[in-house]
Design a protein around this ligand. Sequence first.
Ligand SMILES: C[S@@+](CC[C@H](N)C(=O)[O-])C[C@H]1O[C@@H](n2cnc3c(N)ncnc32)[C@H](O)[C@@H]1O
Ligand code: SF4
Length: 377
Amino acid sequence: MKTLEPSSVPISLYIHFPWCEKKCPYCDFNIETNKRDGDEEALLFAILKDLDDSTKYIGARKFTSLYFGGGTPSLISAKIIEKIISTLKDKELLQIDCEISFELNPKEVKKEYINDLVGIGINRVSIGIQSFDAKTLSSLERNHDACDSLNALQVISEMESVDTTIDLIYGVMGQDINSLKKDIEIFCSYDISHLSMYQLTIEPNTIFYKKELSLPDDTLIELMESEAKKILNANNISQYEVSSWSKDNKKSNHNMNYWMYGDYLGLGPGAHSKITQETSIKRMIKLKTVASYIKDPSKTIDTIITSESYDLDLAMNLLRIKGGLSLEELETSHIYIPDSFLEKRLKGIEEKLLESDGFRATQIGYKFLNDTINLFN
Ligand SMILES: C[S@@+](CC[C@H](N)C(=O)[O-])C[C@H]1O[C@@H](n2cnc3c(N)ncnc32)[C@H](O)[C@@H]1O
Ligand code: SF4
């Protein structure tokens, strides 16, 4: 691979808080359910040590965004989060106007807690609503009910100083078109600028994987997607990524950095990083259990992306962006585009999976995104 310029690549920071009240039967994220007194402090200490040891990956760069994800970060006291943010500020590691996001489960969406979070610098919250429908929430075996979903939305819509996004899930057992439409309509009736809408996926290693589930068929899934699109578009909310919808200028900076092939540093158990090096891209994963991470926070399992795997790795990210990139954006961004990538792009244009103006999937190419991405294999 040619010599890359790590210092010109934007970098974001992800911090993982793994604890949840219970494990949802569809969830494949790195979580634990046994948080005890003192655990938060021990994890905080490890995260701060990990940050200190990561200077070589950050260089002279500042983080363009910071994301506290989980698990359930909202089970953590605001004091712990404050310590992390103030350390980052003291080290001058946060860019001015840094987007600082924080994930909450609906039961923890309380005025006082959010005020504390805003007071220490959080400017964007992401709430795992999943649905407002009792039957859908019960199929998902969530630990919150429809009242908690509505209450969370009401509380957050009254807080003006924070941007909000919510997560909804579709394609759930027993969910019909009207129940999904109602979920989307409730979301649209509040002034909230961002939505992540995920199709339920049945991941290996989850409880749902071992069960016989009666999931909606492909025709119903397509109908759900088109009806959701109609309602969202009518409310000036458009899709900008596979699962992401927003009003103008309200995209998630943090997620856009992933899809624009920026770098990211991940701290906390099982967190992923991507760091551009002189002649390759390094991907790293932290040790997964809380105990092992605390014992050795800098230890990672690494994969190196070299010329052979680079095209696919890049396409897998860029092609998720619905509007794609103009050729000018491709040229002026930090992104390294090898000749082999451009050749594969031409093949994609011939096969009508890619548009010829810029780098973007066609309508059909976006519908069959995996096939389009595989052009770059
Ligand atoms: C890792 S969770 C963290 C948020 C929070 N703990 C919660 O569940 O409310 C982020 C989001 O991923 C989505 N998600 C997790 N597993 C999923 C699956 N198997 N299929 C679709 N969406 C999933 C959910 O919408 C969830 O809100
Ligand atoms: S609360 Fe969120 S992170 Fe925790 S198990 Fe459920 S889906 Fe996964």
